[in-house]
Design a protein around this ligand. Structure first.
Ligand code: NAD
Length: 359
């Protein structure tokens, strides 16, 4: 197969030093940023993505084009394709897997429950099976989510807090993922690090997320729907800038312990770790809108409604002391600064007259 040859060449180049990383969901928002950052520091990266149409596939193609120009090789395929995975692991001795492929979004689950089971549960198990059988076994870092804290209202959320009350099917599949990966760590000794991301935003972001769709609507003069929680309390999120998340992902890969990579250190008992990756400073949604208005220089038409019971939780707030201590994780971008960078990217990508091009 043609891609085998290309991957062999890229694996050969990186055999001398850095990691050799399989990034799943590489054409996605976080995956594209992580792939580029790894490539820039000299690691070998192979990306895998099924380019599904959950949101505008042309954005995924554009991210792929960017990655390709930087020398990241992307394979189009599904994490449920066991044969493809076996083939990939056969061709490249991956030292690490950065697993970011998933069906994201909480509301979409109301109409499409099975796509969450397909990607977040069945796909995860298929990937774990491939990692278990690979020689050498790669260390796995994967994206869980802050949504696992569900109905827990004790903030800030710490990793040891209860996660047994998910508010959406998305959250339930991420929670299941934590238990599935624990099993593979316990039985097969796979090194596992689960990262609970808190509302990631930034350039090349996801069109289904509020900051992105608000930007589009504000520029088009359309109203935006702002949810309000119980007792008219504003919703708040611990918005975390993409570059900070990327540093947390790379810190996790670097400390995840593996038999062949990262300075050739020998692995003791395989670790099972879970970290919050947030920003520790929640911001309300109305404040988010005000910042966007300032950066866009356009007034938003707010349509304020009570939050329907569709999977959203009222607020999120991360305690990041574990990630700080063990990964050297230190978020540095506040929402003002991060949104300024997002808006700059948005306007250069779509322009001021962005019409109906994306969903
Ligand atoms: P994204 O949707 O932009 O990226 C996911 C990518 O995975 C997409 O390109 C998609 O095409 C691909 N994919 C989905 N199912 C697949 C499958 N079965 N096989 C192969 N590829 C598949 O989302 P993102 O925001 O980049 O999120 C990355 C990860 O982080 C996801 O696991 C998500 O659940 C998690 N996460 C994200 C956030 C956030 O705020 N962005 C918050 C918490 C957790």
């Amino acid at each position: 197969i043609q891609w085998e040859k290309q991957i062999r060449v890229s694996a050969e180049i990186h055999r001398q030093g850095g990691m050799s990383v399989l990034v799943t969901g590489a054409a996605g928002f976080v995956g594209s940023h992580v792939s580029l950052a790894l490539k820039r520091r000299g690691d070998g990266v192979v990306g895998l993505d099924n380019f599904n149409d959950y949101y505008d596939p042309s954005l995924k193609k554009a991210r792929k084009a960017l990655l390709t120009t930087h020398g990241v090789f992307i394979v189009e395929g599904d994490v449920n394709d066991a044969k493809l995975l076996a083939n990939l692991f056969d061709v490249v001795s991956f030292t690490h897997v950065m697993h970011l492929a998933a069906q994201a979004g909480v509301r979409y689950a109301m109409e499409n429950p099975h796509s969450y089971v397909h990607s977040n549960i069945a796909g995860l198990v298929t990937l774990m099976e491939a990692c278990k059988s690979a020689n050498p076994q790669p260390s796995i870092v994967w994206a869980s989510s802050s949504s696992v804290y569900g109905l827990n209202e004790k903030v800030p959320f710490s990793e040891s807090d209860r996660t047994d009350q998910p508010a959406s099917l998305y959250a339930a599949t991420k929670k299941a993922g934590e238990e599935i990966t624990h099993t593979y760590n316990y039985i097969y000794g796979l090194s596992i690090t689960g990262l609970r991301f808190f509302t990631v935003y930034g350039p090349w972001g996801r069109p289904d997320m509020a900051y992105f769709s608000f930007t589009r609507n504000i520029l088009q003069g359309k109203p935006i729907t702002v949810y309000r929680g119980k007792n008219r309390v504003d919703l708040a999120r611990d918005f975390t800038y993409i570059d900070d998340i990327v540093k947390g992902c790379i810190g996790s890969l670097d400390t995840s312990g593996n038999s062949t990579g990262s300075g050739g250190k020998k692995r003791g008992p395989a670790p099972y770790r879970i970290f919050n990756l947030g920003n520790t400073s929640p911001v309300t949604v109305p404040t988010l809108v005000s910042i966007l208005e300032r950066h866009l220089k356009v007034k938003a038409k707010r349509n304020i409604v009570d939050m329907p019971g569709n999977g959203d939780v009222p607020f999120t707030h991360a305690n990041i002391s574990s990630a700080r201590r063990e990964l050297g994780y230190k978020p540095t971008t506040d929402l003002q600064t991060g949104l300024k960078k997002f808006v700059k990217w948005y306007l250069s990508y779509y322009g001021y007259n962005h019409g109906e091009a994306i969903n």
